[in-house]
Design a protein around this ligand. Sequence first.
Ligand SMILES: *Cc1c(COP(=O)(O)O)cnc(C)c1O
Length: 452
Amino acid sequence: MRYLSTRGQTEPVSFSEAVAIGLAPDGGLFLPEKVPDLSGRLAAWQGLGYADLCAEFLGVFATDIAPDVLRGLVHRAYRGFSHPEIAPLRQLDERLHVLELFHGPTLAFKDFALQVLGNLYQHQCERRGEGINVLGATSGDTGAAAIHGLLGKPRTAIFILYPDGRVSPLQERQMTCTGADNVHALAVDGSFDDAQRVLKEVFGDQPFAARHRLSAVNSINLARILAQCVYYLHAWLRLPAAERAEVEFVVPTGNFGNVFAGWLLSRMGVAVRGFKVATNRNDILHRLFTTAEYRSGEVHPSLAPSMDIQVASNFERFLYYALDEQPTRVRGVMAQIKATGSYRFDVLNQSTFSSSRCSDEEITGLIRRVHQRYRYTVDPHTACAFKDLNPRRVSIVLATAHPAKFPDAIRAATGEEPTHPTLEALKGRPIVKHRLPAEAAAIKAFLEQRAV
Ligand SMILES: *Cc1c(COP(=O)(O)O)cnc(C)c1O
């Protein structure tokens, strides 16, 4: 199978190339040439464990990787998860389920994709016989998950820039207490935007980027989307057959990567009722699905910080299908969004998507209500999904982070402080971070010394 750019000005590439390049050279995002129909295979996949299902599913897409190699790297990816089912489905009520996606090494759903991506990078290094230096900027969860995807892997190094003093103490510990030689946490003197700007400058020096074989870790890599399809499928296969086509997945959403993966899966012959996009006060996607207008706004900090975005970077993939797979139209709309900050759809398929928006006060109220009603604790991101749940509908709420990552918000709502052994263990370990000015020259000098 080959992969096309949403903007149509890149020659089709293989799976491994699409993963290695990340962003297509024409500025677009990669998608499969043709969305496969999996309906004939679902019965055979019914009883598979998580890693086996993932290997089968990715095998449909990663056609340039030998099946046994793929199986091996997928199994290694999920070995570090602390729950035997990897993504357990918990039933809270007759029609209400929670899909727990926080049993990975950094206790957030990003581990599902980044553990696989780390192993894909390693496989590429082995195949090409050369090292890779992965670089990213983070305001929290992605950096930690990316670091844990590459932790201790030979011939790889990872450099994560984050704004010094502006990520939560636990998030900082997840990035800085790893004890691994190939992990470099760079605490930049400035904001997240400064860190991102510096990162762009470093990549903009193409001879430098090529010499050090730099690769960007970000939310648009094709492998991340495909790895995320798997937990939807795994959950769907565990529902009673009569409920499958009725289920609505409710997804705490920021960059639209997670919910897009579910929607893409539903185009592969996995029938569902639909998807509900749950946003916090940064509601660009809620406004999109209620008014058919995509208009970016100002970002406001919230209790669910990993959803504090006002430009959904995976939105272009959805746009591609909404515009009948016509790259010329995608280019036109993206140019318009760039110029004016907005785009209004003539028709938008609202039967598949619904949405909700949640203020900080509502997040606190929902954590409390869920705790009282079900004796179950949800983190502030997951709490957004409980807004206006339809009790008559079969719902699967995606729990995107473990509540112990947000002890202050949970204590304020319930009076109890959740803990997790992984986080407790971090508290005794030394912090290793490098404070650097928000300047490309300083970052490059650091890379010169530590790159593999
Ligand atoms: C990243 C993240 C989200 C948002 O996911 P998107 O794929 O960006 O929509 C939601 N919750 C948590 C805990 C996250 O880390």
